[in-house]
Design a protein around this ligand. Structure first.
Ligand code: P71
Length: 470
């Protein structure tokens, strides 16, 4: 071998290179627009990346939700759609896949995650009750609050510190739950809301030991545990990688064991399960299931389609099987890690350890001269778009919204800009372009001005809020 300076990624990391366990058979051309066009587009979008037209975006890292590439098998499944109003055979494929891989008894399809959140929140929360959760998620907490519940964050403190490298930063702090139970009494706790790879913490996993301990705690007090299974497959990969005793268990085995410590789950299948639309709700208790099955016909559709077409349910059933393959998860998280390692190597501030679905840039550390109510993370999202047409998402003060009691902004500890990687969509070369753009924004950080909010909708304001430069 010559002593050329060019080295593969694997060589740079001192290992053999790996590659994706698939090849590309259909492509979607991307449109590249110039800086002047981007300035106009961003202005028209009120500096909110949610309001950009997808056509004006080059590399779209807004979300990993519903943005995955389906496989040839899934597309073939679309043609097997049984579009009967009732009892579609695709519902039974879906039910079987959820039972087999997640292990719950009774399944209700929903159009996406928040459809399921709506139903479980209404059925399981009495007004005035508390929900203890390992960090809030926007739609989850909103549905809990709309049902009259009060959300209490019980994630470990490490999760709020971007630099802390705890391997399971998604863990529940049992002492915090215990304190809540002592203060309010177990009857005032509607349930424990446990999420896999906690989104707002940076895609950070929960350990199996924590899930087990939580189960024991919940049993002692007669409290239910419901799981947000949206990215639970990715969580299972981290357990395989990091937790003693799991290195030789498959992702599928770990997933099923973890779910067994919970009483039910809701799912946005648009993430782990590799589909563009879909969700479900699953519980083991028959009485609760009957209530949910009754409610789904009011809000989503009949209990054998829940707002989905037959073809969507088939693609989802196949997506579940593909999603739990070890090779798939390893390369999916490996791509996120590739981008993260480049950025970390260049000293870019971000949440560590690198999470499952995204890189979360620490916007507070980018823009030390901006106050949090000058929207640092929103500013960084705008700057990245201007630099290269990359679309990211604010996950800071704009996303956190306002305290319903006082009307003040919530001031979350984490002020992050998320670069979310869709599954099976972009290549390593795309990741290189993204990394260089982040570096360019970082180099400009001292010259960057913040934003002010000039329009604020009442619910989930970050979706439609508008901003102007200060
Ligand atoms: C994400 C999304 C989609 C989203 C939602 C709200 C604001 C911005 C983007 C959705 C989730 C999620 C978790 C852990 C439930 C949902 C709702 N995430 N739980 O990260 O991450 O599911 O979108 O299918 O209704 O971009 P839904």
């Amino acid at each position: 071998m010559s002593d050329s300076q060019l080295r593969t990624m694997g060589q740079q990391f001192g290992r053999r290179s790996w590659a994706e366990p698939w090849k590309i058979k259909m492509v979607e051309p991307l449109r590249m627009v110039d800086r002047e066009h981007r300035e106009r587009a961003l202005d028209e979008a009120g500096f909110n990346t949610f309001l950009l037209k997808s056509e004006d975006v080059y590399i779209d890292l807004l979300t990993d939700s519903g943005t995955s590439a389906m496989s040839d098998r899934q597309w073939a499944g679309m043609l097997l759609g049984d579009e009967a109003y009732a009892g579609s055979r695709n519902f039974y494929s879906l039910e079987e896949a959820v039972q087999k891989y997640y292990g719950y008894k009774h399944i209700i399809p929903t159009h996406q995650g928040r459809g399921a959140e709506h139903l479980i929140s209404r059925a399981a929360i009495k007004p005035g009750q508390y929900i203890a959760g390992n960090m809030y998620f926007t739609t989850t907490r909103l549905h809990q609050e709309l049902a009259g519940g009060i959300f209490v964050d019980v994630i470990i403190d490490e999760a709020h510190d971007p630099q802390n490298t705890h391997p399971f930063k998604g863990n529940v702090d049992l002492e915090k739950v215990e304190a809540l139970v002592r203060r309010e009494g177990a009857a005032k706790i509607a349930y424990i809301s446990l999420a896999g790879t906690v989104n707002m913490a940076g895609g950070q996993p929960v350990s199996m030991a924590n899930a087990k301990a939580l189960r024991a705690f919940a049993d002692k007090h007669g409290i239910k545990v419901y799981l947000d299974a949206t990215r639970m497959v990715e969580n299972a990969f981290f357990i395989q990688e990091r937790e003693e005793g799991y290195a030789n268990r498959s992702v599928a085995q770990i997933l099923k064991e973890f779910c067994a410590y919970t009483d039910g789950a809701w799912m946005s299948a648009k993430k782990d399960s590799l589909v563009n639309i879909g969700g479900w709700l699953a519980v083991n208790d028959w009485t609760l299931f009957e209530e949910l099955r009754n409610m789904v016909v009011v809000y989503e559709g009949l209990h054998t389609y829940g707002g989905l077409a037959g073809r969507d349910m088939e693609a989802l059933a196949i997506g579940i099987v593909e999603s739990v393959q070890d090779d798939h998860v390893r390369s999916r998280i490996g791509q996120v890690r590739y981008l993260g390692e480049l950025l970390a190597h260049w000293g870019i501030p971000m949440v560590l350890p690198i999470g499952g679905h995204a890189i979360f840039l620490d916007a507070r550390a980018f823009y030390r001269h901006l106050r949090q109510d000058q929207f640092p993370a929103q500013t960084l999202a705008a700057e990245l778009y201007l630099d290269s047409g990359i679309r990211s998402m604010e996950r800071g003060i704009a996303s956190a919204g306002r305290d319903p009691k006082t009307g003040d902004h919530y001031y979350p500890k984490l002020e992050l800009t998320r670069l979310t990687i869709p599954r099976r969509v972009y290549t390593q070369a795309h990741m290189d372009v993204v990394a260089e753009s982040v570096r360019a924004a970082y180099e400009q950080r001292d010259k960057t001005r913040g934003l002010k909010m000039v329009y604020e909708p009442k619910y989930l304001r970050f979706f439609q809020a508008r901003f102007e430069r200060l």
